[in-house]
Write a new protein. Structure first.
Length: 274
C-alpha cells in the first residue's frame, strides 16, 4: 500500500472518488498481484485461479455507497469471494488519472506528445510535498500539424482493438496541432478544453447531446475543437503496462519481491456490432 500511495497519492483523487484498499487486511502478506482495469466477477475469478494475493484495479468496486455486503448482491458477492479466498482489492482511480505518467499521459504519448500539461490542474499540487503538474486530462502540441483522421488512424493502430472503434465528430480533414485528451469519460471538460486552445479533443464515452452541443459551440467559434471518441476501456487499459513498470521499479528499490500479472480478461462490455 505504501508503494501504491507513493506512486499515486490519494490526495490527488477527486473529492467524489473512492480509492485505496477496498477489501483486505493491511497486515496480510502479498506475494502476487493481478493488475486489471475493472473489478468484474471474471477478473476476481481469474485472481482466484491464479492464486493472486491482491487485485490492483483502476476502477473502484465501491465508488457508490452500499447498504449491504449480502453475498447475493453484486458488490457483496465480490467482497465475499475476495475475502473467502484471502485476496485483497486496491484501486487507484482519479489519483492515477492525475499523477504524472498516469492514464492521460499514456494516452497522449501514443501521439508522440511527451511534454503535456494537465488540462485541469489539481488543487493539491501547490501544497508542500505534492507532485507538480498533476491534474485531470492532458494538453500538448504535436511536432507536426496533422489531419484529424490521421490522428484517429494512429489511435486505432496503437490502442487495443474494440467493437466501437474510433469515431470522429467534426471535420476529419481539419489540420490540428494542439491536442487535449482525457482517458475515460471526459464530456464534462468541454469548457476547459476550449480554454486550453486545443484544436482536437480525444476522450471516451461521448454522448449524443454533449457531443452535438460541443460541435455547435465549436462551429460558432472557428470550428474547434474537433472530437475523437475512443473506447473507455481502450483509453485506460494501455496505462496498466506503465503502472506495472513503475511498480516493478518501486518494489525493486525497496528490496521487495512481488510477482505482477496482467489480467487476461477484456472488460470492455461491447462485443459485437451490426
Amino acid at each position: 500500500m505504501d508503494v501504491f500511495e507513493a506512486l499515486w497519492p490519494p490526495a490527488l483523487a477527486e473529492s467524489w472518488d473512492s480509492v485505496g484498499l477496498a477489501v483486505g487486511d493491511p497486515d496480510a502478506q502479498v506475494r502476487s498481484i493481478l493488475l486489471a482495469l475493472d473489478p468484474m466477477d471474471a477478473v476476481i475469478a481469474e485472481a482466484v485461479v491464479l492464486g493472486a494475493d491482491l487485485v490492483f484495479n483502476h476502477h473502484p468496486l465501491m465508488l457508490k455507497p452500499v447498504k449491504s455486503v449480502n453475498a447475493a448482491t453484486l458488490k457483496g458477492g465480490a467482497v465475499h469471494t475476495l475475502i473467502s479466498n484471502d485476496i485483497a482489492l486496491f484501486n487507484a482511480h482519479t489519483n492515477a488519472d492525475s499523477a504524472r505518467g498516469g492514464v492521460s499521459d499514456v494516452l497522449i504519448s501514443l501521439l508522440g506528445i511527451e511534454d503535456a500539461e494537465p488540462l485541469v490542474p489539481h488543487a493539491h499540487q501547490a501544497t508542500a510535498g505534492s507532485e507538480l503538474n498533476t491534474g485531470i486530462g492532458r494538453v500538448g502540441n504535436l511536432e507536426t500539424p496533422t489531419a484529424v483522421r490521421d490522428l484517429a488512424r494512429t489511435l486505432s493502430d496503437r490502442l487495443p482493438r474494440t467493437t466501437t472503434g474510433v469515431r470522429i465528430a467534426g471535420d476529419p480533414a481539419a489540420t490540428v496541432t494542439r491536442v487535449a485528451v482525457c482517458g475515460g469519460a471526459g464530456d464534462s471538460l468541454f469548457d476547459e478544453v476550449r480554454a486550453s486552445g486545443a484544436e482536437v479533443y480525444i476522450t471516451a464515452d461521448l454522448r449524443h447531446h454533449p457531443a452535438t452541443e460541443a460541435r455547435d459551440t465549436a462551429n460558432r467559434h472557428g470550428g474547434n475543437p474537433q472530437l475523437i471518441d475512443v473506447s473507455h476501456w481502450a483509453s485506460e487499459t494501455v496505462w496498466l503496462d506503465t503502472a506495472a513498470r513503475e511498480l516493478e521499479a518501486a518494489f525493486t528499490a525497496r528490496g521487495l519481491t512481488v510477482a505482477l500479472q496482467h489480467s487476461a480478461v477484456n472488460t470492455d462490455p461491447w462485443v459485437e456490432r451490426y
